[in-house]
Design a protein. Structure first.
Length: 205
């Protein structure tokens, strides 16, 4: 599509660079902002500048946070003896929405995927092992997506954790194979979390 303004074209290009945003949607968004007041557009832009400048990662679990420790790790009511391992923030939000988990989290930042060039050293695995090695952790819950990459990562973590005196569990298979946590309904995810199984039993299926 030919746009009669270089400035509008640049705005469309920026919106279209976002995942899942096509050219037509990008044009609609840019035209919407064009109709807003200067103050509204400045507030819109400032929100993203603040996001980049102030959001950090929790020094303990790698969750997104405004402070060195995230609100979950810093909450005395959370069970510090329980760690639920997830891929990213979206999975934390999905699990928190079930209201079935009161422990803490550890964000890996992805899964092991040799085809994508992602190995164990590219993930937050060493910091997890350090947390466990300090003692006081009784259970590790593997809550990664039930994809080939997720299963590979689960098995790698299980082997790494086997030298520690800690129970390793995984979500019950109410979560279908191939599912990603962020797309699973709250009831199914909640039941899978409550009815979690020892990880070893999942290796028999």
């Amino acid at each position: 599509m030919e746009i009669p303004s270089a400035y509008l074209q640049e705005a469309v290009n920026q919106f279209a660079s976002l995942p899942g945003v096509g050219r037509k949607t990008a044009l609609r968004l840019a035209l919407f902002l064009l109709k807003q007041s200067n103050d509204e557009v400045k507030q819109f832009g400032q929100a993203f500048l603040n996001l980049k400048e102030h959001v950090q990662f929790c020094k303990q679990c790698h969750n997104i946070s405004d402070e060195p420790l995230c609100s979950i790790c810093n909450n005395p009511k959370r069970d510090q003896e329980q760690i639920c391992i997830v891929e990213d923030l979206k999975d934390i939000l999905a699990i928190e929405s079930t209201q079935q988990f009161t422990g803490t989290y550890h964000v890996l930042g992805g899964n092991i995927s040799p085809l994508d060039g992602i190995g164990p050293t590219d993930l937050n695995i060493e910091s997890l092992l350090e947390r466990v090695s300090t003692g006081g952790i009784k259970e590790i819950i593997l809550a990664l997506s039930t994809t080939m990459e997720g299963d590979t990562t689960n098995f790698y973590l299980y082997k790494k954790l086997s030298s520690f005196d800690v129970k390793v569990t995984t979500l019950a298979r109410g979560v279908a194979i191939g599912d990603e946590l962020e797309y699973i309904d709250e009831v199914t995810l909640g039941r899978s979390l409550v009815n979690r199984l020892p990880y070893e039993s999942s290796l028999k299926h």
